[in-house]
Design a protein around this ligand. Structure first.
Ligand SMILES: [Zn+2]
Length: 517
């Protein structure tokens, strides 16, 4: 071998050693997307499109069955912009629920989202243009959302401050672990043959499900101003393989003008809001029954001869824990042992994991037991919650149509709800001594429309109950006459919304309104 050939071999070896196997794959991905220099020179990206999101992450369907039809929230007018020079991102979209719901604004597309990340500062811009600082969890979620764009992902992987490790082949892709300078961990996969980015995955915290792994698949890479970007984003959860979100891209634009995303000085100077326990206000109803009002969702407590039982563990760990602690002060010496959960929807079961961690037995309709068992069995190791720190098996007492809880001190009768398209597996609690009903989602004075407005009256009639008072999860205590008046006017508002849609030659789900009384 002559001298010049030795030099060639030397340089080949030197460059091989300078490049980790992970960096070789990243460099090939950069080439596939338009070349390393082009990718690193990108200043702005604008992604216009639309899509759908699983309502309540798959926990808002009519029932908790894995076979229940998925409710979708439509995402219209998505404008997803990146200012890569300054590490900023904005997501603007209009959310429209593609199912009947309780607020007209959720059905006619007036819910606008304008979420921004500026470095590590997350803020939201309201309809009035006011910017409000978002919490640290939102900042983390938005840093991950930036990496959800494959060009941003490859640029981040090329950054010397990013750690790459664990390269391995899995089927047709090469997979590596990536830790950003901010400490965010994601997994990144590149198609072995084309070198195009295939998917990224990450773990996020969830109130109801503990640690959730999300995987976003990128498809349909099209060239735009020298850079390849996907026109399909499909994100799947590791719980039931629920499609968490799907986005259809109308247009990718590269190095076009984008809006100023810098955080206003007042936002930047303020602190990221930290969660604090809600105030729980106790109202005695009759002997042994207390209404525990919380802005985060209310509960009712019942005192039996040797224990206390709660109705609902709503919202999240923070709200449920505040209510559980308050309930424990009501009858000193008696343990709180049970919680009745009205239905499986992820807002109403937001405190389920906290309740299980507290050792409470769950009382719910039999149709909810499967999903509750799934929820309680999931780990929370990356983002520990009460149950993640203190794993326990769930204890459930299932109710079919009726269950009477009765001893020498208290009687609470649990009934399955009737004629309810929102929660056919829902239950409510009737307290004979108070002629009162504790319920979730049968009524809310704050709703402006309703599509299951006949259910409360139908349930009361079916079970032949004498009801004078409503103890709601949402809103405030009202008489039963007031409840029926709220529902009648909300039903009328729903019909008016249907009429407006009809006059505009548009169709709207749930029209005309048939659940009337
Ligand atoms: Zn509900």
């Amino acid at each position: 071998m002559n001298r010049s050939r030795w030099i060639v071999v030397f340089f080949a070896l030197a460059s091989a050693y300078a490049q980790t196997p992970e960096m070789k794959v990243v460099n090939a991905a950069a080439e596939a997307l338009g070349g390393k220099d082009r990718i690193l020179s990108v200043k702005t990206i604008r992604v216009d499109g639309y899509g759908q999101q699983a309502y309540q992450n798959g926990g808002g369907n009519p029932t908790g069955s894995p076979d229940a039809p998925q409710k979708w929230t439509n995402v219209n007018g998505m404008v997803w912009t990146f200012d890569l020079e300054h590490h900023r991102m904005r997501r603007e979209q209009r959310l429209v629920q593609d199912f009947v719901f309780a607020y007209a604004r959720n059905m006619d597309g007036d819910t606008r989202v304008n979420q921004v990340l500026d470095g590590n500062v997350a803020y939201n811009v309201g309809a009035d243009g006011r910017a409000v600082r978002a919490n640290d969890a939102a900042a983390r979620a938005r840093r991950i959302d930036m990496l959800n764009n494959p060009v941003v992902m490859v640029r981040t992987a090329l950054d010397p401050s990013t750690k790459l490790s664990g390269l391995h082949t899995s089927g047709k892709v090469q997979v590596m672990d990536l830790t950003t300078a901010q400490g965010d961990k994601v997994r990144f996969a590149v198609v072995t043959e084309s070198h195009l980015p295939a998917w990224m995955s990450w773990v996020g915290p969830d109130n109801n499900l503990g640690d959730v792994t999300y995987t976003t698949y990128w498809t349909g890479f099209a060239i735009e101003n020298g850079v390849r970007l996907p026109i399909g984003y499909n994100t799947v959860q590791d719980w039931r393989n629920v499609v968490w979100s799907k986005f259809y891209i109308d247009k990718n634009s590269v190095d076009v003008p984008v809006s100023d995303m810098s955080a206003p000085a007042a936002v930047r100077a303020g602190q990221a809001p930290a969660p604090r326990p809600p105030d729980v206000i106790v109202t005695p109803i009759v002997k042994g029954v207390w209404y525990l009002h919380s802005g985060g969702g209310s509960s009712t407590a019942f005192e039996f001869a040797d224990h206390l039982t709660l109705f609902e563990a709503y919202g999240n760990e923070n709200n449920a824990e505040a209510i559980i602690q308050k309930a424990r002060t009501l009858a000193p010496g008696k343990p709180l042992t049970q919680v009745i959960v009205s239905h499986h929807h992820f807002d109403h079961s937001g405190g389920l994991r906290a309740a299980v961690a507290e050792g409470l037995t769950i009382i719910t309709q039999r149709g909810n037991t499967g999903i509750f068992e799934e929820m309680a069995a999931r780990p929370a190791k990356e983002f520990p919650d009460a149950l993640g720190r203190n794993p326990k098996p769930i204890k459930i007492i299932p109710v079919d149509e009726k269950l009477v809880l009765k001893d020498s001190a208290m009687e609470v009768d649990i009934y399955r709800v009737i004629s309810n398209n929102h929660m056919p597996d829902g239950i409510m609690a009737y307290i004979p001594s108070a002629k009162a009903v504790a319920e979730g989602d049968l009524v809310d004075e704050g709703w402006d429309i309703v599509w299951w407005g006949d259910s409360y009256n139908a349930t009361v009639k079916y079970w032949n109950l004498q009801v004078e008072k409503d103890l709601p999860v949402h809103g405030n205590i009202h008489t039963y006459e007031e409840v029926l008046a709220f529902l009648r006017s909300q039903i009328k508002n729903a019909q008016d919304l249907c009429d407006r849609a009809e006059k505009s030659h548009l169709t709207l789900q749930g029209c005309p309104v048939v659940n009337t009384f």
